[in-house]
Design a protein around this ligand. Sequence first.
Ligand SMILES: Cc1ncc(COP(=O)(O)O)c(C=O)c1O
Length: 373
Amino acid sequence: MNIMFNNLSKQWDAIKKDINPRLDALFKKSDFIGGKAVGEFEENFARYCGTKYAIGVSNGTDALKLSLAAFKLESPCGVIIPANTFIATALPITYLSDIKFDLVLIDCDEYYQIDVELLELYLKKNRKKWKSCVLIPVHLFGHPSNMKRVLEIAEESDCIVLEDSSQAHGAMVLNKKVGGFGDVSAFSLYPGKNLGAAGDAGVITTNNEELYNKIKSLRNYGSSLKYHYDFKGWNNRLDTIQAIVVDEKLKHLDKWNDMRIEVAKKYDDLLVNNENVITPKTAPYINKQIYHIYAIRVKERDKFQTYLSENNIPTIIHYPIPIEKTKPFNYLEHFNNKKTKQYVDELISLPMHPFLTDDEIEFISGKINAFFK
Ligand SMILES: Cc1ncc(COP(=O)(O)O)c(C=O)c1O
């Protein structure tokens, strides 16, 4: 059995018939930058998320950076992120040399999302320190953050909300897809994401026309009219070839997300009686969890990972080093960061993709249960 952590070639099998003529037309026309497919994907993705606008960009990290750059941030600025996230949530504010900021890490809750109680407490004590403040909830592992509370807290404390939706394309909360809650939402379209390109890519959604126009300009050197520059921007555009790939995959996204949910259910059923394994939980306030990652928690994680690897079961640790222990951020303030510290030593992600077979899931779960006997 050749179990894969993710299986992108099966996605290719599903789209190649439809994508090949579009690629052929692209190469004939050669509008590799800003081609028609970029606008088509933006329109389709905005419709999918239920937002007015979408802007294709170079990757998820740039999506966050462009969003932050588009806000009218005043220094000093607080930037608040969950402690348990990928480093790309933390990095983009550091790229904006004009802004003096404090980056703050808030502990996660049992769903691995930003702990809204701690967030509220923290802001009550500290919001006064800053002239502006951005909250960046991350819908980690495909489980939406508690957006009702995040939006209430943002309102109480006068904060801008930037959703990091990189792991949650199609996940739902408050009967809406993620991407439409924040002032702006940033998505990575990295190949392994639930919606992934054939290389680096990203997309931003918003309902705010002013931010939409500014981000479009910022991704294109700060220019909305050729050779005229309104801002100091970047070259952070989405390639036409990537727009075609994600536009075709978008047609399959809901089906593939539903297949992931079936895989998760099967894992849950097979691991339910194993008291040594904590499977992912679903918060009562969400509508759809799309399992970008299926992360379980176990004690003696390293021994467990070695054992799975010896049985040809690939796993990944998301994330082995908490942000405040990474070299760029080891000075950071964090707030009662207890759960994140514990989870860093216990979390381990099992193979998860839409095409995992029942046999594979049974094999993996059987080996996990045997380990603890
Ligand atoms: C939560 C989160 N934020 C941001 C990013 C950055 O995206 P990218 O790798 O496309 O720059 C990723 C993915 O890699 C991510 O998982």
